[in-house]
Design a protein around this ligand. Structure first.
Ligand code: ADP
Ligand code: MG
Length: 237
């Protein structure tokens, strides 16, 4: 049956493991790992926002997402939680290397994402690194970057590592996140982004979030997403 207009949830196939969770309104209703659930509860994240409710059932069952929702709607947890759950389910460990790459338009936003990851991922044992340039220690970064499981980066610094760091290996990467993708493109990173995507494994999950839906976002979606769920949430307030 067609979904009601304004429904925060897009297409849900009958055979989806997670479709029965489409009506969930609280994080604890999802079959998340205890480590994630405990951290969410301890951080007082209880009721999901609309974009989290709309996207998590899809993202948790491994689908690509194009999520559009305005600033402040809670997009960060809509991708941090699926990243943690995927690596947890894969029993990702120190020797498995880079499992997820999260790309952010600016150093400041990347640093904020890192703080959220530290809070929600605190009971997991994944290593994470902030690769945002503007630092002198790129050589030290180069030695350590392959030991990290989750990379939060700006496009320029990530591409620098892809180009310059010997043995930088993303061949096992599972989940790519493009956060604030409209701002990444507005900042003139289109070429860098395309170069990065072309070097990542084709078999992956991609979560693309943006505050706006523009033509260039559609182009990026065509290039980077496979059979995505289009989720657009506009909270009335
Ligand atoms: P966006 O990326 O869409 O601009 P953020 O992910 O930065 O939004 O979240 C905006 C604010 O809302 C943050 O302060 C965050 O801690 C808070 N927040 C996000 N999800 C929830 C939730 N489920 N319950 C309570 N607060 C939340
Ligand atoms: Mg954001």
């Amino acid at each position: 049956p067609p979904l009601p207009k304004n429904s925060p949830v897009g297409r849900l196939d009958d055979d989806d493991t997670y479709s029965r969770y489409a009506g969930a309104s609280r994080f604890e209703q999802f079959p998340l790992s205890k480590k994630t659930k405990d951290a969410l509860r301890e951080s007082k994240f209880v009721v999901m926002t609309d974009i989290q409710r709309a996207s998590l059932p899809h993202a948790l069952c491994g689908r690509d997402i194009l999520g559009a929702a305005k600033t402040g709607s809670g997009k960060t947890l809509a991708f941090i939680i699926p990243v943690l759950e995927k690596l947890h389910r894969e029993r990702w460990g120190p020797e498995d290397g880079v499992g997820s790459i999260i790309i952010s338009p600016t150093r400041e936003l990347a640093a904020q994402l890192f703080d959220v990851l530290k809070v929600v991922g605190k009971h997991h044992n994944f290593s994470a690194g902030l690769l945002i340039g503007g630092r002198k220690d790129v050589d030290m970064e180069k030695e350590r970057v392959n030991e990290l499981n989750i990379l939060i980066c700006t496009p320029g610094r990530l591409l620098q590592h892809m180009d310059e760091t010997p043995n930088f290996d993303c061949s096992q990467m599972q989940v790519l996140v493009l956060d604030e993708a409209d701002r990444i493109l507005d900042s003139g990173f289109k070429k860098e982004l395309n170069a990065i995507i072309s070097q990542l494994p084709k078999r992956r999950q991609t979560l693309l979030f943006s505050a706006t839906q523009t033509k260039s976002i559609q182009d990026l979606a065509r290039l980077s997403l496979k059979d995505p769920e289009y989720l657009s949430v506009h909270e009335e307030s």
